[in-house]
Design a protein. Structure first.
Lengths: 147, 165
């Protein structure tokens, strides 16, 4: 990743135009040709620097539901618990964290009712209590990581 | 609010926009819609807030952001709005949420700091505590050790749900 790649990543975190030739518009702002921008973006996606290039949806507005959940996974069966939880298609992210509550994951479902159902099944399969921490309010942040 | 064509469109772009000169024309071909209609519909969905934003989703570890701390606070309910608003204005804060307290888990305000290393994150946290007057409130700092799973949006017609964050 060189300086130009970094500029591309930073610029595209701010948004992407919705018009007939959006790459040309962004390329012009960056002083690149459209083909150069497209080529570099493809390479960044292919080599895994970028996860995805596209829309970020608002789950609740789509009728879906999201929550943050956590469990206290005992050390001796940590890997097994990880495997069970990751096997749920409803689990979008899963992180190990340094705390007694040591596994934190996001559950995303198509309807709010399915959140509770998914939690119940996870509790059954793991034998653990799932802490459910849905958001009450989101404070706006300008989510951008400088490359 | 969403009609069948909107849903079709959202389903086709959920895994990514085509990387080619006329991406919206390409999507239109897949959905059997003229380019101009794709542009009009996406513009409206963006204005309505259903599409939070268009752009790149980065893998923060790939960009050298190896330390990620979730900090949870127990703050008085009457101050939470003001504190949340203040915390979220710092550029190193990547998420900020109010969440319900749980039994044996009294925390109600969550924020995330992504940094290049642990020391930097802790320094930024000190800065945040000073600037927002958070020193009197109970908190816990949970660094992430490992990421097991990270995926983007997945949903099916006709009632899409999605995930990210």
């Amino acid at each position: 990743m060189d300086e130009i790649d970094k500029q591309i990543i930073n610029a595209l975190q701010d948004g992407f135009p919705i018009c007939d030739a959006p790459y040309r518009q962004v390329a012009t702002q960056l002083g690149l040709t459209e083909q150069e921008l497209i080529g570099r973006l493809k390479a960044l996606l292919d080599n895994g620097t970028l996860t995805r290039f596209g829309p970020l949806y608002n789950a609740e507005q789509m009728g879906g539901a999201l929550t943050l959940a956590a469990v206290k996974a005992p050390k001796q069966c940590f890997d097994e618990i990880t495997e069970i939880i990751n096997s749920f298609p409803e689990v979008a992210h899963n992180y190990a964290r340094s705390h007694e509550l040591n596994m934190w994951f996001v559950i995303a479902t198509e309807t709010p009712e399915q959140i509770q159902q998914t939690i119940s099944v996870i509790e059954q399969q793991t034998g653990l209590t799932v802490y459910n921490m849905p958001k009450n309010k989101e404070y706006f942040v300008n989510l951008k990581l400088e490359a | 609010m969403l009609d069948i064509k909107d849903r079709q469109l959202l389903e086709h772009i959920q895994l990514g926009l085509p990387v080619c000169s006329r991406p919206y024309l390409e999507i239109g071909r897949l959905c059997d819609m003229p380019e101009v209609e794709v542009i009009d519909r996406l513009t409206r969905l963006k204005q309505q807030g259903l599409i939070k934003r268009m752009g790149v989703i980065v893998k923060h570890r790939q960009l050298g952001y190896r330390a990620n701390a979730m900090i949870v606070w127990n703050v008085p309910d009457n101050l939470i709005k003001q504190l949340g608003g203040h915390i979220s204005r710092f550029s190193f804060v990547t998420l900020c949420y109010q969440r319900p307290r749980q039994p044996e888990w009294p925390y109600n305000l969550y924020c995330m700091i992504h940094g290049k290393d642990k020391a930097t994150v802790l320094k930024q946290l000190d800065q945040l505590i000073d600037a927002c007057g958070l020193s009197d409130f109970d908190k816990e700092i949970l660094f992430s050790n490992r990421c097991f799973k990270q995926r983007g949006a997945i949903y099916q017609n006709p009632t899409p749900a999605l995930a990210d964050g």
